[in-house]
Ligand binder design. Structure first.
Ligand SMILES: [Zn+2]
Ligand SMILES: [Zn+2]
Length: 245
């Protein structure tokens, strides 16, 4: 508890010394100002029931998902990978701006309610331990923490582990990504109280491109008896911009 108090006091002192600036419009006072947050364009229905992407066909599964069904119950995103969401994600992920986890986690919690998702627990997409050491934190975990807190759902960060540090997937096709990530994650419970039998799981990540990472996370969770696995992310690149992650 004292840790939290000290952390909060330090944050307040830092805010006074270095007031946060809005990532997009640079106005002083907050990392994402209300005006910029209001310009985030949320996906609008109709959306595909499975991948959650427009253009859908009235709640039915889109042609791409019919052709190659997602290997999890579904994915939902706040919106496309465009400004100001894009700058927020990049600042959180690559520029160490951890303060963004709070407003972005709030967006995820709103999306959870907006899409009517139901989960018993939240699991962030894990980073390989070497990558986490390099970056110093896992951005998906920060997002999941903030979202889980708002939704009053338990979050588990040790149940899923990333085994391979797969190379960047930037130039790979959906099929190649899926193949590359096979067996990349494993379910690693500490004891039998951490059973996933009949549990509804929500996996959280910052960005989802083809869904291959979320599918690879879902596989060991389904194998461990999970009832449903949904993915919730901030943004999904659309159209030709399908090569960001
Ligand atoms: Zn702003
Ligand atoms: Zn779809």
């Amino acid at each position: 508890m004292w840790g939290n108090v000290i952390q909060r006091s330090c944050q307040r002192a830092l805010d006074l010394l270095f007031p946060p600036l809005c990532v997009w419009c640079k106005v002083s006072g907050t990392v994402l100002c209300a005006r910029c947050a209001a310009t985030i364009s949320w996906f609008r229905p109709p959306l595909c029931y499975s991948c959650g992407l427009p253009p859908g066909n009235g709640g039915i599964v889109c042609a791409r998902c019919q052709h190659q069904p997602l290997q999890l119950n579904g994915v939902r995103a706040v919106g496309g990978y465009q400004e100001p969401l894009r700058s927020c994600i990049r600042a959180l992920k690559y520029q160490g701006n951890r303060r963004l986890a709070e407003p972005l986690g709030y967006l995820l919690a709103r999306a959870y309610q907006h899409y009517g998702l139901r989960a018993d627990m939240i699991i962030p997409v894990p980073l390989h331990h070497e990558k986490q050491q390099q970056r110093g934190y896992n951005q998906s975990q920060l997002l999941a923490e903030s979202c889980a807190h708002l939704l009053q759902l338990p979050m588990y960060t040790t149940l899923l582990q990333r085994l391979h540090n797969a190379p960047a997937q930037v130039t790979l096709s959906a099929r190649q990504r899926r193949k590359n990530l096979q067996g990349a994650f494993s379910y690693t419970p500490k004891d039998t109280t951490q059973s996933l039998f009949k549990r509804r799981i929500l996996i959280i990540d910052d960005v989802c491109t083809t869904g291959a990472t979320l599918e690879a996370c879902a596989a060991p969770l389904f194998a461990a008896g999970a009832q449903t696995v949904w993915g919730l992310v901030l943004a999904r690149p659309l159209g030709s911009a399908h090569h960001n992650q």
